[in-house]
Design a protein around this ligand. Sequence first.
Ligand code: UD1
Length: 363
Amino acid sequence: MKIVNVVGARPNFMKIAPLMRAYKGCNSIEPLLVHTGQHYDEKMSDLFFSQLEIPEPDVNLEVGSASHATQTAEIMKAFEPVVLEHKPDVVLVVGDVNSTIACGLVAVKLGVKLVHIEAGLRSNDRSMPEEINRVLTDSISDLLFCTEQSGVDNLLREGIPKGKIFLVGNVMIDTLLKNRAKAATSNVLRQFNLDSNGFAVLTLHRPSNVDDVSAFGRVLDALEIIQNDMPVIFPIHPRTRKNLSSWSLGERIEKLPNLRLTDPLGYLDFLKLMSSARLVLTDSGGIQEETTVLGIPCITLRETTERPVTAEIGSNQVVGTDTEKIVNAYKQAANGKWCEPQIPSLWDGHAAERIVKIILDKL
Ligand code: UD1
């Protein structure tokens, strides 16, 4: 069985790594890896391939950044000849980025079976580009692999036949568990002169936060208070950096000595940083899951989450961008007044093996 596996953006790399490893134990699968090039900076892409031991992509479409329509269209145009040339039995896509829907659509139009990893997650906020990508990719997939029960329930509600849906656990957590010991040896705390449990980590890159000057301003009001209390380490996404430099908010950040901006970090340094933090503030999806497994309080700076299990039983509180709510949640977390998180079922490091077995059984 020839499987073309697609990655494009940073969060895809952690998801594909355990699958590429699982294929190795399986003679009947011939995997190919296609990188769309949606993310291309060394710190957003190459570093992850080396740290996570992902094989070099067989094909790089080198599409790069553009508007949503242009980026999606360029990926489709570049991916179609790859599918025609290699004639795979299956195209496998992960997550919810533009590369996911673009390559999914090409596959089904050419009559190739489509597998979606991390299916069924729903924020029910259609203004998020990822939500559109999720709904559309799920509606055209032949096999849908879910990380949590809410994903299964959402797909059934949308009329996807039960026989196509499988609750298998979380490939991103496969990667976390595999790399935890290696990450423990990172010297990132020394590099930033931090004491374990004595600092906060911040990530922000959602358009609803960083393309909206008033939302960003409200978050900064909270950060101004938090950084008076403890250092806040802020590895900054290229999209966020671009916006900061075009707004006066960049100057405001420079005046906050304990809000420490750095370039994007590699996987191992970032995992060490999260594991050692008192708390994490974020608008990322994956980080809500990772902090749940690490047992680190996570304050999510969004109005919704597509990963409700992390808030129901994990260490996540979804607080939005209201300054007072962020500061209140911060105080609770900093004072140790946080729930004792449980790890969602099947987040045990073996999701990729389950997925490969089911693909072989069903397709
Ligand atoms: C994309 C995903 C988002 C995911 C995020 C993780 C979509 C719709 N969005 O958002 O779901 O959470 O990746 O990072 O697919 N840029 C660089 N270097 C890079 C990549 C991007 O400088 O390697 C800059 C460019 O200016 C680009 C901007 O970042 O215009 C945004 O990149 P893009 O891939 O469009 O979306 P992300 O915000 O990264």
